[in-house]
Each structure stands twice: as C-alpha cells, then as structure tokens.
Design a protein around this ligand. Structure first.
Ligand code: G3P
Ligand code: CA
Length: 252
C-alpha cells in the first residue's frame, strides 16, 4: 500500500531532503546526501539529466553555470567534462573539490551507506534516456529503494512501460481539476504538488488517499507550514532543512 511504503511507522510524514541537505551543503552532491542521511532524512530527492554522451548525472538546472565552476548546458557537456567540474566552491570554501555525481555514484553511495532516493527525471527525456536511467537503477540493485517523480508526463509513461516495479509520483506546480483521474491514468503511487498550492485546496487529499495515492508536498522549510501540511494528512514533505523536520517530527 502506498502510504505504508512512503510513510515510516510512527512518523507523521516522511522527511524528504530536497537535493540533499541543500540549505547546509551544495545541492545534489554526495556531501549534501550524507548530511541529510546523518540528519535522519527518510529519502533523498535529486534531479537527473543526461550528459552529452548519455550518462545520467545529478544536476537541477539545465546549465552547470549556477552550481559549478563551469558554463554551458549539461546536454552539451560530456561525462568527462562534467566530472572535471567543481560543484562545491560556489557554496563555500569548505566544499572546494566536491563533484557533480553521476546517478550511478549516488545510488552506490545510498546502497552502501543506507537511504532511499526520490529520483526526479528533470526536463523532457526520450524513451531511450529513461531506459538508461532504469538500467542504472537496476545495475545498482536499487529498484526497491527508488521512487521516480517528474513534471513530465511522458517520462512517467516511459518509466512505467520500462520498469513497472518502480513507484511513480507526478510533480505539479498547479493542481489538476481532478487529481484522482490523472493519478489513475498514470498509475501513480503519489501525487506531489507544490505545498502552497495544496494548502489552498486541502480537500484533494482525502479522495487521493481513498484512491490509494499518497501526497508528497514540496518544497517546505517552515514549521508553521509543516504543521498545516500534517493537519491535512500529507504523507511526505520535501524540504531543504531535513534535520529540522526530523526534529520537528520527533517532538510531536
Ligand atoms: O521535489 C520537488 C521539487 O524538487 C520540484 O522542483 O525545481 O526543485 O526540482 P525543483
Ligand atoms: Ca527536484
């Protein structure tokens, strides 16, 4: 059942670390992942896109400009070029030399150290590109610990065709008129809306739960909003401050 899968026993909701512990360390890096893991996050969230030569890397933006010392579109850079970038110095001097991880490196790290991944397929992907992501998940033997989400309906359809064992979440900035209908159409395990949009229409949670669909809200960093989300029955919260949310959970 989706809620048992997503929500740990005894916890009001699952703590999902947005791009790792991204308020404390450079986003989407293994050090941000480790800080989130040690802080007790249940899941790490990331963003996956392919290099020019088709290797899935963990990066949010379409370009490397903001979060590395390089420039250009990730899809125009080879894996070797991406591996040479510094993805830490922009965040602070303690992080000089931190790299942009490949998806395989991130999954290997989670497999050996522990943790689950909410894998966002970021931006439009071809079926073959999704197939490569699926192959990496299977090669790393992480199919039981990965949850796939995307704003891109095509990416979710491809994932379902290629890997029916992977649970799916649909990301939405604006809520659908009928969230249950699209959840059924796409065989979703979770419907993952912008948290503020959800708080404006909390009545969508009950019918989603009745349809067996969990709700994970993003990206919420304040205790006041965590409390409101908990009151409306949200299953998982995606946050830049996972250790604080773990502490908030424990204090209930
Ligand atoms: O996990 C949801 C959230 O990450 C979606 O927005 O832009 O941070 O990928 P974005
Ligand atoms: Ca994301």
């Amino acid at each position: 059942p989706p809620n048992g899968y997503i929500r740990p026993a005894g916890s009001p909701f699952t703590v999902i670390a947005h791009r790792g512990a991204s308020a404390a360390a450079p986003e989407n890096t293994l050090v941000a992942q480790e800080i989130a893991r040690r802080g007790g996050a249940d899941w790490i969230e990331n963003d996956v896109q392919p290099s020019r030569d088709g290797i899935p890397f963990v990066l949010h933006d379409g370009t490397v400009d903001r979060t590395t010392d390089g420039t250009g579109s990730i899809r125009n850079l080879t894996a070797a070029q991406l591996k040479a970038l510094d993805a830490g110095s922009w965040f602070g001097p303690h992080y000089v030399g931190v790299r942009v991880p490949t998806l395989a490196e991130q999954l290997a790290d989670l497999r050996t150290r522990g943790g689950n991944l909410l894998l966002e397929i970021k931006g439009r992907h071809t079926r073959d590109e999704v197939a490569t992501i699926v192959k990496v998940i299977r090669d790393e033997q992480m199919a039981g610990r990965v949850f796939v989400q995307s704003f891109e309906v095509d990416a979710l359809r491809y994932t379902r065709e290629l890997a029916p064992e992977l649970p799916l979440g649909l990301l939405r900035s604006n809520l659908d008129a009928d969230p249950v209908a699209i959840s059924k159409e796409l065989h979703l395990t979770a419907y993952n809306p912008d948290g503020n949009a959800l708080l404006a229409r909390p009545e969508i949670v009950a019918p989603l739960h009745a349809a067996g669909v969990a709700v994970m809200a993003w990206t919420i960093d304040s205790a006041g909003l965590w409390q409101r989300l908990e009151r409306i029955g949200v299953d998982g919260v995606i946050t830049n401050r996972p250790a604080e949310l773990v502490g908030w959970n424990a204090a209930l």
